[in-house]
Design a protein around this ligand. Sequence first.
Ligand code: GLN
Length: 288
Amino acid sequence: MSNSREFLTCLEILRKSSEFLARKGVPSPKCDSEWIVSSVLQKKRMDLYLQPDDILKEGDLVQIREMVVRRGKREPLQHILGNVNFTGLIMKCDHRALVPRPETETLIEHILGRIPKSFDGKILDLGTGSGAILFALCSSLVSASGIGIDKSEKALSLAMENLQLHDLKDRVVLRQLDWFSDEVEGEKVDLIVSNPPYLILEEWEQAEPEVKVHDPKEALVSNEAGFSDIRHVIQVSGNILSPGGLLAIEFGVSHANSVKEALDRDFKDVELLKDLSRRTRFAVARKA
Ligand code: GLN
């Protein structure tokens, strides 16, 4: 991207940005350019094409260029925009925690399909990260209360910002805790949800730079072929869920059988559920 003063129209900057990102190997160059331009101009993506010949202000152009250059270095679009839409809620996101994934929205759908709107129990999110899962659930279940646990102070500082953004401070608490070294204790809870680290080291090594360089590794990789954290979450959940309480967990492509086996000990009504690509990626089960 050249830095000289140019008089570019909206359509031209979209085209130039898209070509630049394509040359850098960015997977969705056109779409990402639209997101960047629309966020700087504060317009909807579709509205960018309504006045395609408008000349951009120099300040906007400078900002767009900077953001496109960052994207060209494979920084995640969500970090550059500073937020992501997760189940209709805007979540702040940056390097402090995993970028909330669209696949995890499917987990939320599976949970909300099994819980009445009037649910007024306690939700525990193990490994809350940015808080996306917990805040999405608490926003839909307006009588529920929530606890978000994470070992990472950085993640919790981001979760706290999202908590304030969504005005959930009187219903949700956040706690720092490492489930491998600290006891997860307290009163019984009625719903446990978790998207723990579950990648095998080799999977992480082969991940795209957006994930490998910019998401926290500790939120992604787990020992025992990616199963160590999942096993722990299932064990802890067996101890602290109230009878009939629901556990909902996301896991990796190779974990379905081990998850089923681990759940069969303390849980009933075990369901293995698919993501949008028809791969078995979630389990929902009731404490026996
Ligand atoms: N699905 C995520 C990825 O592909 C991994 C999330 C996780 O480990 N919890 O990067």
